[in-house]
Design a protein around this ligand. Sequence first.
Ligand SMILES: NC(=O)c1ccc[n+]([C@@H]2O[C@H](COP(=O)([O-])OP(=O)(O)OC[C@H]3O[C@@H](n4cnc5c(N)ncnc54)[C@H](O)[C@@H]3O)[C@@H](O)[C@H]2O)c1
Length: 391
Amino acid sequence: MKKLNIGLVGAGFMGKAHVVGYSNMPKLFWPAPAMPVFKTVCDIVPEIAEEAKERFGFERCCTDWHDIVNDPEIDVVSICTPNNAHAEVAIAALEAGKHVICEKPIASKLEDAKAMAEAAKVAADKGIVSMNAYQYRRVPAIDLAKKFIDEGSIGKILNIRCTYLQSWSADPDSPLSWRFQKDIAGAGTLGDITSHVIDIAQYLAGDIDEVVSMMQTYIKERPVQEGGVDLLGTVKLGADAPRQEVDVDDENSFLVKFKSGAVGSIEATRNAWGRNNFITIELHGTEGSLAFNYERLNELQVCFAKDPDDRRGFKTIYTGPAHFHGEATWNIPGMNIGYGELKAIEMYEFVKAIAEGYQPSTSFEVGYRIERVCEAVAESAENKKWEKVRD
Ligand SMILES: NC(=O)c1ccc[n+]([C@@H]2O[C@H](COP(=O)([O-])OP(=O)(O)OC[C@H]3O[C@@H](n4cnc5c(N)ncnc54)[C@H](O)[C@@H]3O)[C@@H](O)[C@H]2O)c1
């Protein structure tokens, strides 16, 4: 079986998720399209690089990503660094002939996202695969929603409403990690979580054409933390800790018009106590409705207008063997997948694309378009008027 030597750059939260994804992929999907081999892990912090080597089973570790990109043995580069450290690594890796999976948002600046999409296009002509890690569209229940839409089961989509609500940083004493710093993250909630629901919305309902938005930063300063790793709300610093300004949004909400004529709304916030990974999508069409909530990720709610009046209403489909990747994941409906399996599905899609020589659906071009939607959202909040998404 073909082997793929993996180089991982950035060994924090998402670095672990990529390793779990690669490790579980052949255990779930067999025969695997290729076998991942954990070759080199890179982290700018030497102790994190050393620990990741031992913990995740890499053969080598380093602190400079050039060592991975310049290594002829490496086939695949997984980029799991903060947003401002995606573009340079991705473009260099593509130019060196490596297949690349890069975490989302694709970049911290629009011009970097554009350069990455262009580099991916040039590389694609040479058979090099690139992918942006928008994994939520790969939840089997979302793919089932897409199937119902494509088959016409809910008719023409009229409206769609989406939310991404979280609370891990709702406490003002949770530290000022890189996610709250514009020069590293590029944007706050908008790039970090809204981007995910923009991806799902465009996957299901087509391209967004125009937006009108509001953006807020309720928590205007946070305690300064040691080190560059985001502790994702697991640590609270006391009232006497030195604080610095948060220069990105922690909440945004906007109305959307799709190119298809459908309309809708998207909201995201980090200030929703009781909500954790509350990604919801509800679509209404001329022939029915679909609703999904990631906190119940193995379920899709469906309602069909054609059902008789006395029994029409939402019913729950539990995803399992009858659905997408159901032959590979856990084969009891309702216990189908969790987050680890979702990352394995993503790695399967990536490795299969490499083995079979095509570009995955979450291309760098898709990542760049999401950034253009985010640009329009930010401009609309500033200008207080509808803004068109750049073509
Ligand atoms: N797909 C998703 O749902 C999802 C979820 C969380 C994070 N992310 C994305 O993943 C990326 C990483 O986020 P995270 O939560 O893992 O952050 P993190 O802070 O947990 O980890 C980042 C790691 O990168 C290292 N690093 C920083 N600069 C580096 C460089 N130049 N070279 C090598 N290593 C470097 C840091 O030391 C740290 O260990 C971000 O782009 C983030 O938006 C995606």
